[in-house]
Design a protein around this ligand. Structure first.
Ligand code: GUN
Length: 291
């Protein structure tokens, strides 16, 4: 295997230690950081993610409030909870785990969250600030995590060709925005490819930095990667492994093939996943600091 593995768990641990120090400093100033996590329904993957977020809060000293709502909740039910959390001074950040059940209007819920408590950086105002390069305020958790992985692994995107696979509001779009930012640690030339792009490999083969966020198990094969590229795998897919006879987690990249070609690569699990949570915890501190 040629590629070096980027240890997202270790890097997230380092960031969370820094976050714990920020939380402690705020506490000394009488400012307790509080985060509310809302989960609608019982999707097994979402339950795991929410549990991990709550546990991570406790580890850095953030007070968390876990609100579990029934799977048949209506948009109005969720909006009522959001209104209460918006008005609650002990709650600095609000996160509604995505995706909610189909009857809940997710866009309406996101819009209802006080933008000053929008720790996912989903609100129009915060997305706008991100796009114009405003440094103050929230960062989008996963894309920020990817930038930190690059920075702390000694990868400078400046002048490089970064290809992002996927155009979601949660990863692809903000990822492209951060990589192209006119700022230290960014300044890449960015291409975004997606499900509507014919011959995706044509673009990925030219990528110095390849970020896969398309939600398709092992979509990126070894022959789609430029030798020596840095490969960041944002995907988390649960597949049934015939040989093992059980389910296992895989990314959007075929790890065995990619690690023969890339110079640096993130594993799944243990790559980008822990960084998303690290970003969330940092945003909760930012919410308190902005008050
Ligand atoms: N579902 C998967 N990732 C995320 C995330 O970062 N935030 C929220 N709210 N939901 C998610």
């Amino acid at each position: 295997m040629a590629a070096k593995i980027i240890d997202g768990k270790a890097i997230a641990r380092e960031i969370n230690q820094e976050t714990a120090e920020i939380v402690a400093k705020l506490a000394r100033e009488g400012k307790k950081v509080g985060l509310a996590v809302v989960l609608v329904g019982e999707d097994p993957a979402s339950c795991v993610y929410v549990r991990n977020k709550i546990r991570a809060c406790a580890e850095v000293g953030i007070e968390s409030k876990h609100i579990n709502m029934p799977a048949d909740s209506t948009t109005e039910d969720v909006l009522k909870v959001i209104a209460e959390l918006n008005a609650d001074d002990s709650v600095d950040g609000i996160l509604v785990q995505s995706p909610p059940p189909p009857q809940v209007d997710e866009a309406a819920v996101i819009l209802a969250i006080d933008p000053d408590k929008d720790v996912d950086c989903f609100a129009e105002r915060n997305v706008g600030r991100l796009l114009i390069g405003e440094k103050k305020g929230f960062h989008p958790c996963t894309p920020w995590g990817v930038m930190e992985l690059l920075r702390r692994s000694g990868v400078d995107p400046r002048g490089k060709h970064a290809v992002v696979i996927g155009r979601s509001n949660i990863v692809g779009k903000p990822m492209a925005a951060l990589l192209m930012q006119k700022a230290a640690g960014a300044n890449a030339t960015v291409t975004v490819v997606h499900s509507g792009t014919p011959d995706i490999a044509r673009y990925t083969r030219d990528a110095d930095i390849l970020v896969a966020a398309i939600g398709k198990p092992e979509f990126v094969r070894g022959d789609m990667i430029k030798p020596g590229a840095v490969v960041i795998d944002v995907g988390i897919n649960r597949i049934f492994d015939e040989q093992l006879g059980k389910h296992r987690l895989v990314g959007d990249v075929n790890f065995a093939e990619a690690s023969e070609v890339a110079s640096l690569i993130t594993p799944v699990p243990g790559g980008v996943g822990p960084m998303t949570i690290a970003g969330l915890l940092r945003n909760a501190c930012i919410a308190k600091e902005l008050k």
